[in-house]
Ligand binder design. Structure first.
Ligand SMILES: [Zn+2]
Ligand SMILES: [Zn+2]
Length: 237
């Protein structure tokens, strides 16, 4: 059966569509051009840091503005093919990207995996969810929970109000606009109590949305929050 499927749908590179050896992969050229996060990263936001270290290091941004979460990991940098893949998942109905993307994220998260993590996606406002028909963060969170072999709760958080326009807003304005924007779904509160949470989103820019989500989980009794994103917007290094 698998052979038949492969004859009809030969595996294609996620990025360029060229033939590849196996499913869920990039061709060698695209793999080389995809900015995977590797080496030393900030322990809180995974922004690349110079050099090596045998202890957790924080970037200037996270040192200046303490994050409400404990640790954070990203699979890709949000530029070039990393940006293309994140955009395709979000806007182009490319659900086929989600499982391999979750595998890349899991590779980065394995060293910090908590046994009883509850994986929670950052939610969309229901109006946007209706228009887009899917939540890209949930597309990533579901296979990620399966690969990490931990719990998953797709609707632990909700976004009661539409997201305000953030384009052109600076860091402070983004944090102010998003503060309190994510809430714990009342019927899901008990799942978060006394449990560490892994909050998942597709892209991290300032981290304001993830901060709002982490604060909501902590207020509901989560013992700790870590964050995971497919792609991290990082200053050129
Ligand atoms: Zn390719
Ligand atoms: Zn950082």
């Amino acid at each position: 059966m698998q052979t038949l499927v492969r004859m009809i749908y030969p595996p294609r590179c996620l990025s360029c569509g060229g033939m590849v050896e196996s499913d869920f992969a990039l061709c060698p050229d695209c793999w080389r051009d995809t900015p995977f996060v590797s080496g030393l990263g900030c322990d809180a936001c995974d922004a690349p840091l110079p050099g090596t270290s045998d202890r957790a290091e924080l970037c200037d941004d996270c040192l200046t503005n303490a994050r409400p979460w404990a640790q954070g990991r990203a699979a890709l940098l949000y530029r070039d093919r990393g940006r293309e893949l994140a955009m395709a998942l979000k806007h182009a109905d490319r659900h086929d990207i989600a499982t391999p993307a979750a595998q890349w994220m899991a590779r980065r998260l394995m060293p910090i995996r908590r046994e009883n993590w509850l994986v929670v996606p950052v939610p969309l406002h229901f109006g946007r969810h209706l228009r887009r028909r899917y939540n890209q963060a949930a597309l990533l969170a579901r296979p990620l929970a399966r690969i990490l072999d931990v719990g998953y709760c797709p609707d632990a958080l909700c976004r009661p109000k539409p997201t305000p326009q953030l384009k052109g807003k600076d860091r402070e304005e983004r944090f102010a606009a998003l503060e309190g924007s994510l809430k714990v779904t009342p019927s899901r509160r008990e799942f978060l109590e006394d449990r560490p949470v892994l909050l998942v989103d597709d892209v991290m820019t300032s981290g304001a949305t993830l901060a709002a989500g982490a604060e909501a989980c902590l207020a509901a009794g989560a013992t700790e929050v870590c964050v995971a994103v497919l792609a991290r917007v990082a200053k050129a290094s």
